[in-house]
Ligand binder design. Structure first.
Ligand SMILES: [Zn+2]
Length: 343
């Protein structure tokens, strides 16, 4: 009877079952969109808004498909239960969970990467241990990918295959109007060395070294979303924004998103003042355009430790922190890690 009443209530209030968000002091529509993995345009359409003005206490309906995807059971292989998200978005990192006596003997591959422009596609991955007979492998969806992610879990000669649908991020193309002297940094001959150092960091593997959730490295509002399609100038080709930008004054602190080892600390033509932290597990975080660097290569850092100060060095048009998360070399959405142990 109770179930029947609930159903009637849902029928009487169309849309009542959809996810919603109540506006808090200081919120902007842009931030709400980014946090809920949707766009300003989609939020406006869903709520019939004619401007981006919102008020505290206002309840916004979230568009279908926004928010977190459910964890889905994909089946068993040699007694090991395989779980992964039910859906993904381009630029997502995700967790493939394995549970069972032989979970840590599994080998996981993502064959769909063979059709994509990624570093070390279809790499054979061994699970990291969570506790007991539970392990996980981190997956990634590169920006621009729209084909389903295909995975293969092999345990003791048996194989389970599955696929996860992927959708576009729906972000519009932004023209930056970058000046010629900033564009010139892209042609700097020292850039080769910069890219070589980054590729070295991207090739790092090893056991994950973090034990707590990730944090935002800056305190300012998010001003440009990860995965934004951009043109430097209106005639330039589209490229992706591989990080999240947080506004901040020159000298404002930049903090380590989690525990790790500093593998790059220096000044470079494009990224400017740069710190890269290796967190293990094939995951590195990078902080660009810094005015002052407070750590040295090889140094161990703790989550929340001040590592640098915000600046506007390198390919930058104003003071901000550009923060990237790279999983096995590919850029994944940094906000997908914040306040979480794993994406
Ligand atoms: Zn940026």
């Amino acid at each position: 009877m109770l179930k029947h009443l609930v159903l009637l209530a849902a029928l009487a209030l169309p849309g009542a079952s959809a996810a919603s968000y109540t506006v808090r002091s200081g919120d902007t529509l842009f931030q709400i969109a980014v946090q809920n993995r949707t766009t300003v345009e989609a939020l406006m359409a869903e709520n019939g808004l004619t401007s981006t003005t919102i008020r505290v206490g206002q309840v916004l309906r979230l568009p279908e498909g926004s928010g977190e995807a459910a964890v889905k059971n994909y089946g068993y292989v040699a007694g090991v239960k395989v779980q992964a998200p039910s859906r993904l978005r381009e630029g997502d990192a995700f967790t493939l969970r394995l549970r069972g006596a032989a979970a840590l003997q599994a080998t996981v591959r993502f064959p769909s990467e063979l059709n994509e422009d990624v570093r070390r596609p279809n790499e054979a991955l061994r699970p990291f241990r969570v506790a007991g007979d539970e392990g996980y492998v981190l997956g990634r969806v590169v920006l621009g990918a729209q084909a389903p992610v295909r995975f293969e879990v092999e345990v003791n000669g048996q194989v389970l295959r599955g696929q996860i649908p992927v959708r576009e991020n729906g972000l519009p193309v932004q023209v930056l109007g970058v000046s010629q002297d900033v564009v010139d940094t892209l042609a700097d001959p020292r850039r080769q060395e910069e890219e070589r150092r980054m590729e070295q960091a991207y090739a790092l593997r090893g056991e994950p070294r973090w034990t707590q959730p990730f944090i935002l490295p800056g305190t300012g509002p998010t001003t440009s979303a990860f995965g934004q399609k951009r043109r430097n100038r209106s005639q330039d080709p589209i490229r992706y924004h591989y990080g999240t930008d947080q506004r901040g004054a020159v000298g404002a602190p930049t903090r380590a998103t989690n525990d790790g080892t500093v593998v790059v600390a220096g000044k470079f033509p494009v990224r400017g003042g740069l710190v890269v932290i290796d967190h293990g597990g094939g995951l590195v975080s990078a902080y660009f355009h810094l005015s002052k660097i407070l750590v040295k290569e090889g140094q161990t850092v703790k989550r929340g430790q001040k590592i640098a100060e915000i600046g506007s060095t390198g390919f930058s048009t104003g003071p901000h922190l550009h923060w990237e998360m790279r999983l096995r070399g590919e850029a994944v959405d940094p906000l997908g890690w914040v306040n979480k142990l794993r994406p």
